[in-house]
Design a protein around this ligand. Structure first.
Ligand SMILES: Nc1ncnc2c1ncn2[C@@H]1O[C@H](COP(=O)(O)OP(=O)(O)OP(=O)(O)O)[C@@H](O)[C@H]1O
Ligand SMILES: [Mg+2]
Length: 239
């Protein structure tokens, strides 16, 4: 079976005055169904750039993105035309939950379905189900300001899951959370990978959750320094 996501030999170069910033310089990563993949590395090593390319939000300067074996991106791809594809297939979670402040938790999640033409009642029922699944059944009517950071992030994850995407991409989703809530969110991603057989790729600086990952790609200067399976990955942080 082909990988849900394969980013192959991706480069991203930004012109900067007389020089070029090589944000990515030949990076290959993949995620298969049921896998939770970690992306780690120093600040500026290209992690977010890779995620933007994997999520079809930025075209690579060179290289390609394959989704279930099919090439979906090349340097000339029209990313606007990929919007529907993204909405159906990719769930995004960022460092900040970015919820709509005047909508309840339930409506924030339901909106993602309504945009996809799901009737309101059905959207709200499924949003409710998802929030219960994520342990927020008692918070469905709260607006974001009345939720803790961890709760807001779980609403954002519910929203990312609403369309049942086979691929979830998360960029430092726990950076604003304390260690207990970070762990809970990372465990949630593990469960999502296991139970939904989704492919989940998480950029994180949090080495404490490394045991949950199937594989960790360590980035350095736009390249992959190492690719570790979880047992080996725990030695990576000890260095
Ligand atoms: N739009 C852009 N224009 C110019 N340079 C960029 C752009 N986006 C990223 N870069 C540069 O590319 C490199 C990689 O950036 P990137 O944001 O991918 O790093 P990162 O690994 O996510 O870092 P952090 O851990 O701090 O989030 C950095 O040197 C950054 O300054
Ligand atoms: Mg980043």
């Amino acid at each position: 079976m082909s990988a849900t996501l394969l980013v192959e030999d991706a480069r991203k170069h930004f012109p900067s005055g007389d020089t070029v910033v090589r944000a990515l310089d030949g990076v290959t990563v993949e995620a298969r169904p049921g896998e939770l993949i970690g992306i780690m590395g120093a600040s500026g090593s290209g992690k977010s750039t890779m995620l933007l390319i994997a999520g079809l939000l930025e075209p690579p300067t060179d290289g390609a993105v394959y989704f279930r074996g099919e090439c979906v991106s090349h340097p000339e791809a029209d990313l606007d035309r990929l919007r529907d594809f993204r909405r159906r297939n990719i769930g995004f979670v960022f460092q900040k939950a970015n919820l709509i402040p005047f909508l309840s938790a339930l409506d924030n999640v339901a909106l993602a379905l309504q945009i996809d033409d799901v009737p309101v009642a059905q959207a709200r029922d499924y949003a409710h189900e998802l929030l219960v699944e994520l342990g927020l059944g008692h918070r469905v009517d709260n607006r974001p300001a009345r939720l803790s950071g961890g709760e807001q992030q779980r609403v954002a994850i519910a929203r990312a899951l609403a369309n049942d995407p086979p691929l979830i991409l998360a960029d430092e989703p726990t950076a604003a959370l304390d260690s207990v809530r970070s762990r809970q969110v990372m465990e949630l991603f593990r469960t999502i990978a296991d139970e939904r057989q989704a492919s989940v790729m998480v950029v994180t600086h949090d080495s404490r959750s490394i045991d949950l990952f199937d594989r960790v790609y360590e980035f350095s200067d736009g390249r992959i320094l190492s690719e570790n399976h979880s047992a080996a990955a725990s030695t990576l942080v000890a260095r």
